[in-house]
Ligand binder design. Structure first.
Ligand code: 2HA
Ligand code: ZN
Length: 272
């Protein structure tokens, strides 16, 4: 099968276009990765080029040994993916130790996988284990309103979770575990990857102060939808704060009622 005809590739390309149109991906901002199912890889691997050298990941991900990922390219623009996928995205293979990768398809005119590859792969490893192989997508976006809030709210999981939950009744149902906040760090390396993957052990959302948001999910729709929900909630909070702040809101007892009605568990630490 032609790689561009595979459903997961079509979905990946559509997500990059949708996310660009949301205003989350200026220039080369943001990145996306998808952990390819073995049966999906089997449908297209006749088109893989296994001759490129392995390169260091910059992190150790032994639980991902031998896996294939579809990833956006470093320095590539989300808005160009739909026009020229083969130049802007790539499929990479992880080696048997989980320490190196090689490009087997894509980035046809050169390039490297996303500069945030250590964070993406460490998040995938954590989520693969935590969700019993269900989560397959990591999306990093420069979400305008979430970033704005990191200049105003204390950089605490509890504060961000509770404020975002209060801004839209469906939020606790969409992200019942809450969100984590990573203090400002240099992007692109192993250190921020370690911090972020620690957050991903507890949450599906990790906010990078003054930078953006990471979301994890089972599929492309769910992960895009999670980013969209979190960012929309942040937008409402920015509007509320701009109008002088809350005069009324959803109460802890009401969140408990919601949890019961929608059959979700909300951690008590966020209901104080
Ligand atoms: O430019 O978003 O975090 C890509 C990024 C780095
Ligand atoms: Zn970024």
């Amino acid at each position: 099968m032609n790689i561009l005809d595979a459903e997961f590739v079509k979905g990946f390309i559509r997500l990059t276009d949708d996310a660009f149109r949301q205003g989350w991906h200026e220039r080369n901002g943001g990145n996306l990765s998808y952990r390819i199912r073995p049966e999906e890889a089997a449908q297209i691997n006749e088109n893989f080029d296994g001759t490129k050298p392995f390169v260091e990941i910059g992190a150790r991900v032994p639980q991902l040994a031998g896996e294939y990922f579809l990833v956006t390219g470093s320095g590539k623009y989300f808005r160009n993916v739909v026009l020229a996928p083969e130049d802007n995205i790539a499929i990479i293979e992880i080696d048997g130790k989980g320490e190196n990768y090689r490009i087997v398809w894509g980035l046809a005119h050169g390039g490297r996988p996303t500069s945030e590859l250590p964070s993406h792969l460490m998040n995938h490893e954590v989520k693969k284990i935590a969700t019993n192989d269900r989560h397959r997508v990591i999306l990093h976006s420069h979400t305008v309103n979430v970033i704005a809030l990191t200049f105003i709210l204390p950089l605490e999981d509890r504060v961000f979770t509770r404020e975002l939950w209060e801004m839209a009744t469906e939020c606790p149902v969409v992200f019942p575990d809450g969100v984590g906040v990573v203090h400002w760090m240099v992007p692109g390396g192993r250190e921020i990857a370690v911090e972020t993957s620690e957050m991903m052990k507890k949450y599906n959302v990790a906010i990078w102060a003054h930078h953006g948001t990471f979301c994890s999910g089972t599929d492309l729709d769910e992960t895009f939808g999670l980013m969209h929900t979190v960012e929309k909630s942040a937008e409402i909070l920015v509007k509320v704060l701009s109008m002088g702040g809350k005069r009324q809101t959803i109460q802890s007892g009401e969140f408990r009622e919601l949890a019961k009605a929608f059959n979700v568990t909300l951690p008590e630490k966020f209901l104080k």
